[in-house]
Design a protein. Structure first.
Lengths: 349, 506, 354
């Protein structure tokens, strides 16, 4: 009967709501910011070169994005938990080669099986990463730097000097990136669905939220009884598995696979993820934002090509964008924390 | 229909717990007994074993001896999770929240209410969190993110978390240390709400007037052992102090202070928005000025601003008449200011380095010849000061982590004294130090003052403040509230000025 | 247990130190290498070792200081590549070589300064910043030369890349000599000067360093600038050795540099490590690469070795804590030992740095 001992009615004070709205507004600004930049870019480029908005070009950009966007999904899960996975490029490369070479070795192998093989390869390496990071208590930067090296090295040994050429691949396989529905590539729709599912998982399921908690305050996460090792392990396993699947897609898209497939992709993926609003030290950000980041980078790449600017500017722009994004994020975060704190102290005194 | 606390069976009992870490016996005979619906105070000096006892209740440590009973059943808590499951929640001084998650999520992480399909039910989560804050009588928005919450609000979130876990034993470790007066009142209301709901609150505090204000019984500890447990009614603060200290402190006179010399540190109207406002003070050569007040009143922040670790927005700092550049510790050190910080392990020492290296850390340039540190000079410096301050260590090259708290503090002092400062700021100089070393540090400070150093001492220990200082300034909520000379001051005066119970014009 | 690795290192006889174990490993590598191929320790082979690893070795020195100070610089290889392309670009426009050297030095300093300022003034994590500048500088390298290669450098300079230093009996390359000289300088600075002591302090305990009046921001910025300058020097050497300037010069080398530094005993968390350790790390790394070369192992796959070394070094460092945790898994009768600092917010390796 003394369950609710109310001394006074707890109104939601204007200051409280204000704080909440301020914080929410800022996080939405981040994602809409990318959309704005994207829109501007597209508008300017299309103004100069209308070919940019041709159906073929849009399809090309979308397909190109799918690879990075999918990788970004896995990377987002890892980065949110205050880790990083630098091995995705190497995993992609190994999976691309091994899965594509299956067509040459086993004629008539069903395509889903090939995808499963790719998934398995990626999952295997993801498990290795996850074990080393979670059980070994070694910083993921170092672990995935090492596995980046090791996986690429093993891949080189396997590939030797060889390569898989497009003519060994069945048409139905290489058509995967080309099939469209109503003008939109199947692949883009599928990937968008996967990313939406991933984003939903991160937002609405307990284990997803725990990843955020681990990145936001690892000490508190331990005190709260969260199984940090288990969650981090899973994140790496998923990231690896995704990279494995993406490897197969890569082979479908490019046809020719040698030992250099996927080199350097990890940097682009991390750039996309950070530009997309995922904090490098974890705790905040979304898969949708990361995918938008990937879309932005692909769009810029395509725009450079269409405008006749050599794509050698591509890397420099990507690097600059990354630095710009983290600088802006930092400035916003400092101002936001100060503003929120000032509201709290003003209220209390 | 509710029984008085005396007649209820205890919800938690710790009997004769002991705990040591290597050679250090942190707890010798820890005993406590909590009844439902009571607020029970735990008092004792630093080092009395309170925090070890709390960690045992929290499941962080397991006692080497003794037993713990919850609801009459003996339990062993191997982890914080087990303690939570047993209904024990601890609110630490430094709340550990997830800054990027909302308040509601902070409360329910790992246990969020679910919709069919194991999806999180956000609406229910917000509603439940809101209901909890309603029961506590605190208007916090459960939908805001935790980043930027004041310490007071963070504590409320932690208490909310405890309630949501149906904790029946809530331990609050120095909860009012960082709170303003209004926030303390709000916390007391929350404690009363918790009591009415049948929970037992274990309230650990140095502030005896709070103990009398809110608690029914009090347990005193001293030197790792239980001294007594009695109802608060019928006890006076003196009784508690005497039990905590255990002996009549010899009225230790510092001797007549040398006539203070010229003003050596002059702070005028120092302001940092949101932290402290319009602080002016003067320290003369040979004078010890204490800066008293509750934790959170802004004392450390003022000191940090003077020394240049933090910026300030307005005002001036002058040393020996010359204005000091703001936000530059290098400039402050060059002008002859030294700063012994509050947090010995994180701020005062580099734990990975040796005793010698730590003592030399602020004097590297003086030890330099032709760009290189002269090893012989370094070890001479270290040995010299180690002897002067009577630091106990194995070898100078031992890691400083192996020293006791008191000796570590002496190393920090040595580091600064090696520079022969004109002004020395010390922040909580004897926190976490055994009584004997405490006295040594006090004597050292007095001797320094006699040698002409001006000392600004921040301290929350009133006996220390009264014993050592020539003048006492009291800060409250970012402003200077009162000033006393040693003759005028009493503990009650300082305390009331610090808590604002008495209007004291400066 | 209050005794931690730092205390053990301070207390234990030198036999237990990382550098000693590493020295033994280097000797073992030498023995195995010689057994596998008699030409392992010939001056000719040492010369080749110096050639292929010289620039990497040079870059490990500033990297070691940066990691000890608590940061990291992944842009080192891109600065090397950028300066290589700058060399080619300006040379193809007929600039005098001296002027080119000056420009390269300035650009290297600027590149390092950008890193340093973003980390110290804006307060960004060096991992993120140097991933960004790695990409940016590599991009600039590409913009400078595009698909071209510049290969018409005068022999006087390219000889610097491939000849031995006179009077050393054909064993010592210029890059090796520069490495040795720099190692001595960096070693003296790190181990014997106030700046070096400050670097250890800020890596071990950033707050305490600040409170001791150490100018953390200034020193860190200087470290990044020095790294930029040294890496651009390495870029010049690299270009002359290959007699070619091309956009992908140096791509991927930063991983070798980090691996060597960690193998050399520098802790990724900062505050620990030594220059002798780094030198031993260079020897170990070069020795293994060379042994692989002589046994006809696929050079391009040598990443496996670098990666494996990297993992071994970090796991080796953690060995003490694994042993402790294994004891905690002991049967219920025994109680785990704890330290007074346990439990409240103790951060494990996974969480404190991505």
């Amino acid at each position: 009967m003394t369950d609710t001992l109310l001394r006074r009615e707890p109104p939601e004070t204007p200051a409280e709501t204000g704080s909440r709205r301020l914080a929410e507004r800022v996080s939405r600004i981040r994602e809409s910011g990318i959309i704005v930049v994207l829109a501007l870019f597209v508008a300017v480029t299309a103004g100069v070169q209308p070919r940019f908005l041709s159906v073929t070009n849009i399809q090309f950009v979308l397909v190109n994005t799918t690879i990075y966007a999918l990788l970004a999904l896995g990377e987002t899960m890892v980065v949110i938990s205050r880790n990083v996975d630098l091995s995705v490029g190497s995993v992609l490369g190994m999976s691309a080669y091994l899965s594509a070479s299956l067509f040459g070795q086993h004629h008539g192998i069903p395509i889903p099986v090939v995808f499963l093989v790719g998934l398995g390869i990626g999952l295997g390496w993801g498990i290795v990463n996850g074990l080393l990071v979670a059980a070994g208590r070694v910083p993921s930067l170092v672990v995935t730097l090492a596995t980046l090296y090791i996986i690429r090295g093993v891949d080189i040994l396997i590939v030797g000097g060889g390569m898989v050429t497009a003519n060994t691949l069945p048409g139905s396989f290489t058509d995967i990136p080309k099939d469209t529905v109503g003008g939109i590539p199947d692949l883009a729709i599928a990937v968008a669905a996967v990313i939406a599912a991933g984003a939903y998982y991160l937002r609405s399921f307990r284990s997803g939220r725990e990843l955020y908690a681990i990145g936001s305050n690892p000490g508190a996460a331990r005190l709260a009884g969260i199984t940090i090792g288990g969650r981090v392990f899973t994140a790496f396993a998923v990231s690896g598995a995704i990279a494995g699947v993406v490897g197969v897609l890569w082979a479908a898209q490019y046809g020719t696979v040698d030992s250099t497939a996927g080199t350097g992709y990890e940097l682009t993926v991390v750039t996309a993820v950070v530009v997309g609003g995922v904090a490098i030290f974890g705790g905040s950000g979304s898969a949708v934002g990361a995918a938008l980041g990937a879309l932005l980078l692909s769009t810029i790449n395509s725009a450079l090509y269409v405008l006749g600017i050599s794509d050698f500017w591509d890397q420099a722009i990507a690097g600059f964008l990354l630095l710009l994004a983290i600088t802006i994020d930092r400035i916003i975060s400092v101002r936001l924390t100060a503003a929120l704190r000032l509201r709290s102290t003003r209220r209390a005194t | 229909m509710e029984k008085a606390p005396d007649e209820l069976k205890p919800v938690l009992e710790l009997r004769h717990a002991a705990k040591s870490f290597g050679a250090v016996q942190a707890l010798v005979d820890g005993s406590i007994e909590l009844r439902p619906g009571e607020a029970h105070a735990l008092v004792g000096e630093n080092g009395a074993g309170k925090s070890t006892l709390v960690k045992i209740l929290a499941g962080v440590y397991q006692p080497d001896a003794g037993s713990l009973l919850v609801d009459g059943r003996e339990v062993v808590l191997h982890s914080p999770a087990m303690a939570l499951a047993a209904g024990i929640a601890v609110i630490y001084q430094e709340p550990t929240l997830f800054p990027d998650l909302t308040v509601a999520e902070n409360i329910f992480i790992g246990r969020q209410p679910l919709l069919p399909g194991r999806r999180i039910d956000r609406r229910a989560m917000l509603a439940e969190a809101g209901a909890i804050f309603g029961r506590l009588g605190v208007p916090l928005d459960p939908g805001r993110i935790a980043r930027g919450l004041s310490i007071a609000d963070q504590q409320i979130v932690e208490i909310g978390k405890a309630l949501s876990l149906n904790a029946r034993i809530i331990v609050m470790d120095e909860p009012t240390a960082a709170l303003s007066a209004a926030e303390v009142d709000r916390l007391f209301d929350v404690v009363r709400a918790l009591r009415s709901a049948g929970a037992a609150v274990l309230f650990i505090s140095h502030r005896l007037e709070e103990v009398f204000a809110i608690c029914q019984r009090v347990t005193v500890m001293r030197d790792g052992a239980h001294v007594f447990t009695r109802p608060v009614a019928g006890l006076a603060a003196d009784d508690l102090v005497r039990a905590m200290v255990g002996r009549e402190l010899a009225a230790w006179q510092a001797g007549l202070p040398a006539a203070p010399g010229e003003a050596i540190l002059q702070v005028k109207r120092l302001t940092r928005e949101g932290v402290f406002v319009d602080v002016s003070l003067t320290v003369r050569a040979g004078e010890i000025v204490a800066l008293a007040g509750l934790v959170g009143s802004g004392r450390t922040e003022v000191a940090r601003a003077i020394f240049g670790i933090d910026r300030y927005d307005a005002g001036t700092v002058a040393v020996r008449g010359r204005d000091l550049r703001r936000a530059s510790p290098t400039a402050a050190m060059a002008a002859g200011v030294g700063f012994v910080p509050e947090d010995r392990r994180q701020q005062g020492l580099v734990m990975e380095m040796s005793v010698q290296q730590n003592i030399a850390l602020a004097s590297l340039r003086q030890l330099r010849q032709a760009w290189l540190i002269r090893a012989a000079a370094e070890s001479r410096l270290a040995t010299d000061w180690a002897i002067r301050l009577k630091i106990r260590y194995g070898r100078l090259t031992d890691s400083v982590a192996m020293l006791s708290g008191g000796n570590q503090q002496k190393v920090v002092l040595a580091k600064w004294l090696a520079r022969r400062p004109a002004v020395l700021i010390v922040d909580e100089p004897t926190r976490g130090i055994d009584v004997a070393t405490k006295a040594e540090v006090h004597q050292l400070l007095v001797k320094l003052a006699q040698d002409g150093v001006g000392i600004l001492m921040i301290s929350s220990e009133l006996p220390e403040v009264l014993r050592v200082s020539d003048r006492i300034l009291v800060m409250r909520e970012g402003r200077l509230a009162a000033e006393y000379s040693r003759a005028q001051a009493t503990e009650e005066e300082i305390m009331s000025a610090a808590t604002g119970q008495q209007a004291q014009a400066l | 247990m209050r005794l931690n690795l730092a205390e053990m290192r301070a207390r234990a006889p030198w036999a237990l130190r990382w550098e000693t174990g590493l020295a033994i490993i280097v000797v073992i590598i030498g023995v195995i290498g010689t057994a596998a191929s008699p030409s392992f320790l010939t001056s000719n082979n040492l010369f080749n070792l110096g050639l292929s690893n010289g620039e990497i070795a040079i870059m490990t020195l500033p990297m070691a200081l940066i990691v000890i100070s608590g940061e990291i610089d992944l842009s080192v290889s891109s600065i090397l590549g950028m300066s290589s392309c700058l060399l080619g670009f300006l040379w193809s426009r007929h600039w005098p070589m001296i002027a080119i050297f000056v420009v390269i030095a300035v650009v290297g300093i600027a590149a390092g300064a950008i890193n340093g300022l973003l980390v110290t003034r804006v307060g960004l994590p060096s991992l993120a910043v140097t991933i960004g500048t790695l990409t940016l500088y590599a991009g600039i390298a590409e913009i400078l030369l595009g698909p071209r290669t510049v290969a018409n450098f005068p022999a006087a300079y390219t000889n610097l890349g491939v000849n031995a230093v006179p009077y050393t009996g054909n064993a010592v390359t210029y890059s090796t000599a520069i490495f040795v000289a720099l190692a001595v300088i960096f070693g003296v600075v790190l181990h014997m000067t106030p700046a070096g002591r400050s670097i250890y302090a800020m890596g071990a305990s950033p707050e305490a360093a600040l409170f001791a009046g150490i100018r953390v921001k200034r020193i860190k910025t200087m470290l990044f600038i020095v790294s930029g300058l040294v890496c651009s020097l390495a870029g010049v050497l690299y270009t002359f050795r290959l007699s070619t300037a091309v956009a992908d010069n140096g791509v991927g080398l930063e991983l070798d540099v980090v691996a060597i530094v960690l193998v050399g005993g520098i802790s990724i968390f900062g505050g620990q490590g030594s220059i002798p350790g780094v030198v031993l790390g260079v020897l170990a790394f070069a020795g293994i690469q060379n042994a692989l070369l002589l046994t006809n192992f696929n050079q391009e796959a040598s990443g496996i070795v670098a990666g494996g070394l990297l993992l071994l070094s970090v796991f080796g460092r953690n060995a003490g804590s694994y042993a402790r945790r294994l004891r905690e898994w002991a049967p219920a009768g025994r109680r785990p030992t704890e330290s007074p600092a346990a439990g409240q917010g103790a951060q494990a390796a996974t969480e404190s740095r991505p």
